[in-house]
Write a new protein. Structure first.
Length: 306
């Protein structure tokens, strides 16, 4: 059996329905006003597979901000443009058992950001994007992804306004701590750059196509960079839940506070999902449920139960 041949559209539809039900146990984030107002029942999925078939459910035209899922692609870009050595002079590879925006942890680590999948690490890497100001830096990453990912990310200015309207004291403090420890220059530009790249919006197809950059890297250099990104998605991509999800499901996965989530099943497929209600760690409840069911369905050999 070729793994994705086991999945039928009817079966996917059943898991989507159940995912929608599960999502009712989750909460919308309240600290970004506009994210608190979305339809919690929205549930959109796209699966692109290496054997060829693709699957989808829900409103394919819907756009949503990718939020922290961008952290994977910021890391990918910086690894390819600057190399491993320079990137890992600014950020570590150590998992974290603290919330994604923990200031206490950054302080207790002497200002050294643990990994690129939490806010402090992604902010440190956003500080390495090229360009004279935040707009240029965000547009640089956006164009790069649209070119190589064959997708159409755009900056969602309404969400950005919403993010700016509710100043995020935690992220501001992370920036100051990073700057004081010497891991960040230009704190103001960098915080705005980070906010902007989190507000890049995608359709579910765009998100799945970004996944292909990690699933099917085009050459050995990309292969190595994407290997590193997937390792960090596996160990750090779901914050405090990362270890538990690795044991239970076992595929590199990254979530964002909008309810976006992206999983890579190495050599087999990319699963993109958008379902806004979150668990207490800030991961899409319906999204993680759906990914678990998909991995069970294809019986992914590396983490096969039997
Ligand atoms: N922009 C959001 C923040 O910094 C992204 C966080 C997330 O998606 N977990 O709070």
């Amino acid at each position: 059996l070729k793994p994705f041949d086991r999945l039928t559209q009817a079966e996917l539809n059943i898991w989507v329905k159940e995912g929608q039900q599960r999502s009712q146990l989750g909460q919308l984030p309240s600290y970004i006003p506009q994210l608190a107002q979305v339809n919690p029942q929205e549930f959109v999925v796209k699966i692109l597979t290496i054997p060829g078939p693709s699957y989808q459910a829900g409103n394919e035209a819907l756009r949503f901000p990718v939020m922290s899922v961008i952290k994977c692609f910021l890391l990918l870009n910086r690894l390819l443009e600057l190399g491993e050595e320079r990137v890992f002079q600014r950020v570590g590879v150590q998992p974290s058992d603290q919330p994604f925006n923990s200031l206490e942890q950054l302080e207790s680590d002497g200002g050294w950001p643990r990994n690129p999948m939490i806010n402090s690490g992604a902010i440190a890497l956003a500080g390495l994007l090229p360009g004279k100001d935040a707009d240029t830096r965000c547009q640089y990453l956006c164009s790069w992804l649209n070119q190589f990912g064959d997708c159409q990310l755009v900056l969602d200015r309404d969400i950005l306004e919403s993010v700016r309207s509710a100043p995020n004291a935690k992220n501001q403090a992370l920036v100051s701590t990073l700057a004081a420890a010497g891991y960040l220059e230009y704190p103001e530009i960098t915080l705005d750059t980070y906010n902007q790249i989190c507000c890049l919006s995608a359709t579910i197809s765009d998100l799945a196509k970004l996944g292909l950059l990690l699933l099917k890297p085009p050459n050995p250099q990309w292969q190595n960079a994407s290997r590193i990104v997937k390792a960090l998605m596996m160990t750090c991509g779901l914050y405090e839940t990362s270890g538990q999800f690795a044991v239970k499901v076992g595929v590199p996965t990254k979530s964002g506070v909008s309810g976006a989530v992206l999983s890579i099943i190495p050599d087999l497929g990319a699963i993109a999902c958008y379902s806004p209600p979150l668990d207490s760690q800030g991961n899409s409840m319906g999204g993680l449920f759906l990914i678990e069911k998909m991995v069970e369905t294809v019986n992914y050999p590396h983490f096969s139960r039997s």
